[in-house]
Design a protein around this ligand. Structure first.
Ligand SMILES: [Zn+2]
Length: 414
């Protein structure tokens, strides 16, 4: 077992919450970038921080659809209702009936829209509003359920100490077309507005809120030694994950293996991959060191599920590698996320980790959720004629740090 030095930069959360608080307090919006879903940037501000010049600025430079975001549960509770949908919007924008406060005249002037937005931030019973009106309403379902601008704007308002009611508008360029990110950054710089991504807000939320609970605990005698097994349920992916624990993990740097489920390899000893080797070696190491955790994450096939993984295997039989196979099937090459693993480590009060992995993305995936990976230790499986191409793809396309000539495992020959 040797330490690895990863070459790629780790992902850092560059969001500055103090800067965002200050921006809101001085009635300035922030810009939130969605690089994964819509590739859009929106202006966002808590409704309580709006004034005439702020809204004028957002309409002038944003040019998109002015909306008020609020938690769906609250909107439903207060009598607001969703617009009919034919479910063809690929981004699942959750529009509610647009409204005007009952005190306004036409509802469209800046002062009148501010009145409606401010009242939506206060007691927002539907009985105080006329519909349909001129302020579009969006229902948020929680950033852990949907990584959209609606949910991110509510989360950042709360993180900055304001109520969960946000005014948002898409940024369009000078011609009213979809902007480039460099244009959005130029606007942020020109007007000294904080710029962050939905992923930054999500990572901060995962560090600060708990979406997971321990469901069960028992002894687990295995052929590798005696362990404890702990079950968890979470509200992020709604799956039950579990951790296999050895010894006292309450202090010091803890040896951790985050093992993504591979039913074909782990259970059926498939020769197509090196997963089972990594699983057994990790358990043997925990037993040898008498201290550590193996988190078994139910994200089969790098997060695409067993059926899709079998489709990917079929494509590989036609000569496609495992990276391209996932892309051809409409997935990312690697869809895994380590937010649940970070929450399990938090629940086990583990802050400093020695990570058993050859995969730099796994280290980055934990660090962005606030887990300190003090070092990584390699865990090498046997390279065989059956898995050689798969492991070469891991090295060349996923940047795993695996020596291809000498595997370190018990190389089989066929
Ligand atoms: Zn596998």
């Amino acid at each position: 077992m040797s330490s690895l030095i990863f070459l790629r930069n780790t992902q850092r959360n560059t969001m500055n919450i103090q800067e965002i608080k200050q921006s809101f307090r001085t009635n300035k919006p922030i810009l939130i970038y969605d690089p994964e879903r819509e590739n859009e940037v929106d202006f966002v501000i808590p409704n309580s921080c709006l004034n005439n010049s702020t809204l004028h600025f957002m309409l002038q430079y944003g040019k998109g659809l002015l909306c008020c975001a609020k938690d769906q549960d609250i909107l439903l509770q207060e009598g607001f209702f969703p617009l009919p949908s034919n479910h063809q919007d690929p981004f699942s924008t959750n529009f509610f009936i647009p409204v005007d406060h009952h005190s306004v005249h036409t509802g469209i002037g800046i002062e009148e829209r501010i009145k409606t937005l401010q009242e939506l931030d206060h007691s927002c019973s539907i009985s105080n509003f006329m519909y349909p009106g001129h302020v579009s309403l969006l229902g948020g379902i929680g950033l852990h359920n949907r990584k959209g601008h609606t949910e991110a704007s509510l989360e950042i308002c709360e993180s900055a100490g304001f109520s969960r009611t946000a005014t948002i508008i898409e940024l369009l360029d000078e011609r009213g077309d979809t902007h480039t990110v460099s244009y959005a950054k130029k606007i942020a710089s020109e007007f000294q507005l904080p710029f962050c991504s939905i992923q930054d807000i999500y990572a901060t939320m995962i560090q600060n809120k708990t979406f997971l609970r321990v469901t069960s605990q028992a002894n687990l005698p295995t052929e590798f030694g005696n362990f404890q097994v702990v079950g968890f349920h979470n509200e992020i992916d709604q799956k039950d994950h579990f951790a296999v624990i050895k010894g006292d993990i309450t202090s010091g740097d803890i040896l951790v293996r985050i093992h993504s489920e591979c039913a074909t390899g782990d259970v059926f000893h498939s020769k197509k991959c090196d997963c089972r080797d990594q699983l057994t070696q990790s358990l043997q190491l925990l037993e040898q060191t008498q201290k550590g955790v193996l988190i078994y994450l139910r994200q089969e096939g790098r997060g695409i599920g067993i059926s899709e993984k079998i489709k990917a295997y079929s494509l590989q039989e036609q000569g496609v590698d495992t990276y391209d196979a996932n892309i051809i099937l409409g997935h990312k090459a690697d869809e895994r996320d380590y937010a649940v693993a970070a929450q399990i480590l938090q629940a086990l009060h583990i802050q400093r980790v020695v990570l058993l992995t050859n995969n730099p993305s796994k280290r980055e995936g934990l660090q962005k959720y606030g887990i300190l990976v003090v070092k990584a230790e390699e865990v090498l499986g046997a390279i065989t004629p059956f898995n050689q191409r798969y492991i070469e793809t891991k090295v060349h396309r996923f940047h795993h740090q695996i020596p291809l000539k000498s595997s370190g495992g018990s190389n089989e020959s066929f």
